[in-house]
Write a protein that binds this ligand. Structure first.
Ligand code: SF4
Ligand code: SF4
Length: 524
């Protein structure tokens, strides 16, 4: 048995897992600045010579001065920034005609009336399951992005990334690009530097204020609220939220920046647990880049037929990185996968006449395949990507179907808790119910109510009797609560009889129903 186990342990493994295992085993881990001491002598904590450990518990922040860069991924980031910020700032002002009795704001969270309007969709509080569906779709979309190309969300779409990008651009306008900014910071205070700093913070505060201001416009009629805010007639809570969001945007995008990604956001940790070996990530192709060295040195080495990589140690990829990461060190929690280092390195490669994409969206598996002379294959269709797409399709399909076929009216019933039933003087039994009728149309409607499941019973809708008919009028886009008394004249009814209330629109015949029970004393 032991021999078999040894044999199994030594047997060459196969497939992607084996490649990664080999890669990990061969990797040389040398944390910078850490001296590894083998077999340290035992220390006695009670002894006087116990060494003082002055190592700080937290690493001090190194300020990042990201350099301006041009290229494909920078252009993609500009486009995403313009589209996402445009949507955010403009959406509250879009109008959507829903008729005379409904708000005409296309996207509105009407908290006082407990409604959410999204263009032609109106969500009522009892339809909150649509929110659950949306959250499931959003989570699956995030997982899918991650399975296809790593942290696309972090690099391009996350609000923290978008606003930080905008704030860094303003910083460059006011304080210059990386080198200029560094020199100014080290050069002490001058009037010019103070003026530049003041203008930067003023612009940051303006953007932060617009951000907070736009947010509150989603909760009320935007043009009216803008006018009320300008004339100081808006409710205090609106000013309060604008203040809070101005402060958080200014702090998170202006000062905390990459620290939010590194220390506050849970997604990098979750993402790292969800990824697999086939997900494309911004990768330094070390098979091509190493051994690195200056152009002069590598030219000399190549002239002698000695190995020399394409990386010329120019550090441009590090200088443009908004989180200060050196992608050449391998996968890093701080890398938001924005692709800016690809643009920077491509520009360097173009200048020195070497092929582009020394840094690229790639996988370690592809690198190993290339090293072994095999063709690289990117597997986008995998079990997990198919599963994510299937869940999105099923949940999205269900939501679309239920939205398209949902009723414009609904009825819900709550049985009285105390007393559960009442014995009347003539021997009949009576149960009381609270019935809520919802009219989801923007016009006033009339409904009648009937009961099934209890033959010979009498239904009495308290205070709504009209010419002998039970007619309940419900205002546009409103609900109405009524008291309903059901009286049963059967001598010995069962303790619990299932009954159904039926609601009919008197004009259109549209209907809805709700089930409950008629209660009687056990044993009659
Ligand atoms: S930009 Fe390219 S060449 Fe320059 S250090 Fe980075 S990887 Fe090497
Ligand atoms: S290492 Fe490259 S991809 Fe990662 S955050 Fe920095 S610039 Fe973006």
């Amino acid at each position: 048995m032991a021999g078999q186990a040894t044999k199994a342990a030594e047997a060459p493994c196969e497939g992607a897992d084996c490649k990664l295992f080999e890669l990990a085993r061969s990797a040389e881990v040398k944390p910078a600045g850490v001296k590894v001491i083998s077999d340290p002598p035992p220390l006695d904590p009670a002894a006087d010579d116990w060494p003082e450990d002055d190592t700080p518990l937290y690493e001090a922040r190194r300020k990042v001065y990201p350099q301006r860069v041009h290229g494909l991924y920078r252009r993609i980031k500009w486009a995403v920034l313009c589209v996402t910020l445009g949507i955010y700032y403009v959406t509250p002002f879009l109008r959507w005609d829903r008729g005379p009795n409904a708000p005409d704001q296309a996207v509105l969270l009407d908290l006082p009336n407990r409604r959410f309007y999204f263009f032609f969709i109106e969500i009522w509080p009892q339809e909150v399951y649509y929110l659950t569906g949306l959250l499931i779709i959003a989570a699956m979309a995030l997982f899918l992005m991650n399975a296809l190309a790593g942290r696309i969300w972090c690099g391009y779409l996350c609000p923290q990334t978008v606003w930080t990008d905008l704030f860094q651009t303003i910083e460059r306008w006011c304080e210059g690009d990386r080198r200029e900014h560094l020199l100014r910071d080290r050069g002490g205070w001058t009037m010019e530097r103070a003026a530049r700093l003041a203008s930067k913070h003023f612009l940051w505060l303006m953007v932060a204020w617009w951000t907070g201001g736009a947010w509150v416009l989603y909760f009320a009629d935007a043009p009216t609220l803008v006018r009320d805010l300008a004339t100081l007639n808006a409710p205090f809570v609106a000013y309060l939220w604008i203040g809070i969001l101005t402060l958080t945007t200014y702090t998170l995008a202006g000062f905390m920046r990459e620290q939010v990604c590194l220390y506050m956001c849970p997604w990098p940790r979750i993402q790292a647990a969800l990824t697999d070996e086939y997900a494309l990530n911004v990768t330094y192709r070390h098979d091509r880049g190493e051994p690195r060295g200056s152009v002069k040195k590598s030219t000399a080495l190549r002239a002698q037929g000695l190995p020399s990589g394409d990386c010329i140690e120019c550090l441009q990829c590090v200088h443009v990185c908004p989180t200060g990461v050196d992608i050449r060190d391998g996968p890093n929690l701080g890398c938001i996968q924005c692709g800016l280092c690809i643009d920077a390195c491509d520009a360097v490669m173009a200048k020195i006449g070497r092929p582009a994409r020394l840094i690229a969206y790639d996988t370690d598996l592809s690198i190993m395949d290339r090293q072994e002379g095999k063709p690289t294959i990117h597997r986008f269709v995998r079990m997990r990507t198919a599963l994510y797409v299937a869940i999105i399709a099923v949940v999205g399909g269900l939501m679309t179907f239920t939205l398209a076929t949902r009723d414009a009216q609904s009825v819900s019933v709550i049985h009285d808790r105390n007393p559960i039933f009442v014995r009347l003087s003539d021997g009949a039994l009576r149960n009381g119910y609270t019935v809520r009728i919802a009219n989801k149309r923007p016009e006033r409607r009339e409904f009648t109510l009937s009961l099934s499941g209890l033959a010979g019973s009498l239904v009495d809708v308290v205070q709504t009797r009209d010419d002998g008919r039970f007619v309940v009028e419900v205002g546009p886009d409103q609900t109405r609560e009524i008291r309903v008394l059901v009286t049963d004249y059967v001598d010995f009814p069962p303790a619990s009889t299932p009954i159904t209330f039926h609601l009919y629109d008197t004009a259109t015949g549209e209907r809805a129903s709700a089930s409950d029970y008629f209660r009687a004393p056990a044993g009659g």
